[in-house]
Design a protein around this ligand. Structure first.
Ligand code: IPE
Ligand code: IPE
Ligand code: MG
Length: 254
């Protein structure tokens, strides 16, 4: 009996959902999932073990976000700068989406999750892209949580592409420079169709954005933790949402 109780407590989120205000759940949460390598190093394991373990956190946090009623969850999985890493690490990271989806896609579908990708499709290996495209295709009519993977994503490249697109609109006479406004940028960005993140979480103690959603995070609430991504739990996730609910968002007003 005692053993059973202990197991239950180990599985249950440490902070019950009831303590979060159900009417103030962030609509869009973005996460910079950082610290996989350091988590592994701390345990004397290869960096890849950290990435592998981080995949389990992706699953747990996705399910919890869905349960809380978050509408969009954007996860920074691979940046346009991460290509600088050693070839074997890049290759390993490029195999993770396939592995993740081959294990989890069924359950994501059962939970009405819609998978999307935000990033530059060029340069991604065919096997990575086809796994992601299959998941997008098979979940496109789902109406629950939108699980948006930022894969080969970089904000500066994204903005340069957006500006190029707007430039072409001007050159062709479809748009006048004086008419450019926020919505032209929003539509030209890779995040087109998504609301701006309400809450940004970064794990691993780094206090920077690392080229992530520079335009979209203009008025997001930022929350940082020293916890490495593989050890990030539902409890930490609740902590972040709970802190978000205590913030006053003023958008420059009073
Ligand atoms: C985050 O963990 C995953 C990716 C960037 C792909 P890291 O691999 O950056 O881990 P650290 O920051 O070196 O510990
Ligand atoms: C940001 O983490 C990118 C992802 C989490 C995918 P990095 O580990 O690449 O960031 P830096 O190099 O510490 O800024
Ligand atoms: Mg890192």
């Amino acid at each position: 009996m005692f053993q059973r109780l202990k197991t239950w407590f180990a599985k249950a989120p440490a902070q019950p959902v009831q303590q979060l205000a159900a009417d103030n759940i962030p609509q869009h949460i973005a996460i910079i999932m950082d610290g996989n390598g350091r988590w592994a190093k701390k345990r004397g394991l290869p960096r890849m073990a950290g990435h592998h373990s981080g995949m389990k956190t992706v699953k747990r946090i996705t399910m919890e976000a869905n349960r809380l009623g978050v509408k969009y969850l954007t996860l920074y999985a691979f940046s346009t700068e991460n290509w600088k890493r050693p070839k074997d690490e890049v290759e390993f990271l490029m195999k993770l989406p396939q592995e993740f989806l081959s294990i989890e896609l069924k359950e994501l579908i059962e939970n009405n999750v819609q998978v999307r990708m935000m990033g530059l499709r060029e340069n991604l290996p065919a096997h990575t892209l086809s796994a992601v495209e299959e998941a997008i295709q098979r979940t496109k009519n789902n109406t629950g949580l939108v699980l948006n993977f930022a894969l080969n994503y970089g904000s500066r490249k994204e903005m340069i592409e957006a500006v190029r697109h707007i430039g072409e609109e001007i050159q062709s006479g479809r748009l006048k420079p004086e008419d450019i406004n926020d919505s032209h940028m929003n539509e030209a960005l890779l995040s087109s169709g998504l609301p701006d993140p309400d809450l940004l979480i970064r794990t691993s103690g780094e206090l920077r954005l690392s080229n992530f959603m520079l335009w979209q995070l203009a008025y997001s609430e930022l929350w940082f933790t020293d916890v490495y991504w593989p050890e990030f739990t539902e409890h930490h996730f609740h902590e972040a949402v709970s802190e978000y609910q205590r913030r006053a968002r003023r958008y420059g007003g009073l």
